[in-house]
Ligand binder design. Structure first.
Ligand SMILES: *Cc1c(COP(=O)(O)O)cnc(C)c1O
Length: 375
């Protein structure tokens, strides 16, 4: 069976976990959390990175930091994971879904302005498949209307937009280190505070609403409850595992890109003959090969192809029932404008097996199977 995903292991995970055990420091913000944060600050060029227990939690922190409250509106695509919306619903916001571009499956930047009202507080671009949204346009709108931009860069670690790292472009950014993502520690994430003025409050929110971080730095003499917050620190065991992956980030990235390119070349014939569509990476975007997807002609064709691949012992998956048509999405948000692409394009998309060190033989077998299905 060719599996859809096999979580990455680079070799030093157990060594660093052993070290964390020897250091007898298991709770958060020890040595490995510190060096993971610093590694990302250095490599992604941002003011502050704070490891969290998940990207979902990083998004929840971002919603608090943005001061989202009852009645505020938050703009985002409907084609995304539930956490993107849920984090803001938890603060009482109304979600305003905007259509996507069919080429990248990212929010259509040209439709955002029309969805802005006096109640709009934030825009949440989701960098689907690690390919950047049109950030220049989004930041320009944010400046014009005084909005906060929170990047859901769960899939975008190591990707760039015009030379800048995804997650480090908006006011706040969120990463995922879930085992289905490029770099993982089982469950984990990070919040990127890209402006100095968010740092202190981010530390407080992450530490259950206390000023514990300032206390440990000797900046205050009491450690007390000062704000809202929750428990968002990952354990040192997770951070140790993650650091082993960050250290090898370049190698993982190159390996995934090689596989991605092999699919792209191998399936080119089917695209040029008009059977399927392949992903688009716009100019100025450098992606991280988070996923390889194809688009079939219709929902029915995708269902048949999936079944065909399954019979060939190949696992393929699709995802995201658009949020605006989900039970909670209908309750907590609405679609602004016409759903021209979100629903139809999501029904055609199929994700193929892609993970660190997937073999060339396996990729070739997937390509050959898809070709046999069509030709
Ligand atoms: C994976 C993912 C998340 C959630 O990440 P967790 O770390 O599992 O909480 C959020 N948004 C997007 C776009 C994702 O792909």
């Amino acid at each position: 069976m060719i599996l859809f995903n096999v979580p990455a292991i680079t070799g030093n995970e157990h060594v660093y976990i052993q070290q964390a055990i020897m250091e007898r420091k298991f709770s958060g913000d020890g040595h490995f959390t510190k060096i993971s944060n610093e590694w990302m600050e250095r490599n992604f060029d941002t003011a502050k990175v704070l490891l969290t227990t998940s990207c979902t939690h990083a998004l929840e922190m971002a919603a608090m930091l943005a001061g989202i409250k009852e009645g505020d509106e938050v703009i985002m695509p409907s084609y995304t994971f539930v956490s993107t919306a849920n984090a803001f619903v938890l603060r009482g916001a109304k979600i305003v879904f905007v259509d996507i571009r069919p080429d990248t499956m990212n929010i259509d930047e040209s439709l955002i302005e029309a969805a802005i009202t006096p109640k709009t507080k934030a825009i949440v671009p989701v960098h689907y498949a690690g390919v950047s949204c049109e950030m220049d346009k989004i930041m320009e709108l944010a400046n014009k209307y005084n909005l906060i931009v929170i990047e859901d860069a769960a899939q975008g670690v190591m990707s760039q937009y015009k030379g800048r790292h995804l997650g480090a472009i908006g006011h706040l950014g969120c990463y995922s280190f879930h085992e289905t993502k490029n770099y993982n520690c089982g469950e984990g994430g990070a919040l990127l505070a890209n402006h100095e003025n968010y740092i202190e409050r981010a530390e407080i929110i992450r530490e259950k609403g206390t000023n514990r971080s300032r206390f440990f730095r000797g900046q205050v003499d009491k450690y007390t409850w000062v704000d809202i917050g929750s428990s968002y620190l990952p354990s040192e065991i997770n951070a140790a595992f993650l650091y082993a992956q960050l250290e090898k980030a370049e190698e993982i990235n190159n390996n995934r890109l090689e596989s991605w390119n092999r699919y792209y070349l191998g399936l080119g014939e089917l695209e040029s003959k008009g059977y399927i569509e392949l992903p688009t990476v716009p100019e100025g975007c450098t992606h991280n090969a988070h996923m390889f997807y194809i688009k079939c002609g219709s929902l029915d064709e995708r269902t048949r192809l999936m079944k065909y691949l399954k019979d060939e012992n190949i696992q393929s998956v699709f995802h995201y029932v658009p949020l605006h048509s989900s039970e909670a999405g209908m309750k907590f948000g609405y679609f602004h404008g016409e759903d021209r692409y979100t629903t139809v394009e999501s029904e055609k998309l199929l994700r193929l097996p892609l993970y660190y060190n997937i073999s060339r033989n396996d990729i070739d077998r997937v390509i050959e199977s898809i070709k046999k299905f069509y030709i």
